[in-house]
Design a protein around this ligand. Sequence first.
Ligand code: ADP
Ligand code: MG
Length: 255
Amino acid sequence: CCTLKMKYIMVFITKLLIGDDGMTIFADQVNKTYQSGEVTVKALRNASLEIPDNKIVTILGPSGSGKSTLLNVIGGIDRYDSGSIKVGETVLEDLKERKLTDYRRKYVGFIFQQYNLIPTLTVEENVEVGLELSQQPLEMKDILQKVDMWDKKAKFPYQLSGGEQQRVAIARALIKNPEILLCDEPTGALDEETGKNILKLLKFVNEQYGTTVLIITHNQGIGEMAHYVIRMKSGEIVESYENEERLDPEQVTWS
Ligand code: ADP
Ligand code: MG
């Protein structure tokens, strides 16, 4: 009995120290309108979804269908007009500006098509930028080794290839050990082989750290590696399904 008790205590302490990785994302009837001059654009129309913990989710859809808007409101970069979004225990519309920033810094990692590295900082310094409010950051060496950039930690962005720069951007997003990783066309600027390596890394992150990974892409094939696929059109979520037979990143159709 004592060993069992010890085990429960250990699990409890571990959860206290590391936290539960990954978070359920729940959106209910979310609407978002952009006004630019005379033109009103409905970027999200009653978007609802439910994404369980620790999953890889692909968001597909044509340009202008609201994919980035959806990611930005989930990540707390942008506000929505109505509806509700809950990430873990946090209800986003209840948060005042500063709390929304705290939420984003603490729980959310972002990766974009343009790597957005700071040109005057080295690889290691760029990754350090990602620490923000983290309470349980990962080890710099550990994370740089994971993305295979430890040997190049003193290099500057201009000395790196596109794939290497994206790996640094991933390390920067990951160092704070985020619960959710939001990737807006992460392979959009990369060739097939490099892109597949980035997908492998995202899969590894999901498996190793239990991070929920959302990937926006034009590339239909990337859906083949996800647990869930969401399709958007004109601001609406038109389809959302579980992927039964997940492929390895290197087997996905690249188009
Ligand atoms: P996607 O990522 O699927 O290409 P977006 O979410 O970026 O689509 O955009 C959805 C719609 O909202 C588009 O019509 C786009 O032009 C518009 N939009 C996005 N951001 C803004 C903005 N900051 N101001 C005005 N319109 C915007
Ligand atoms: Mg977009």
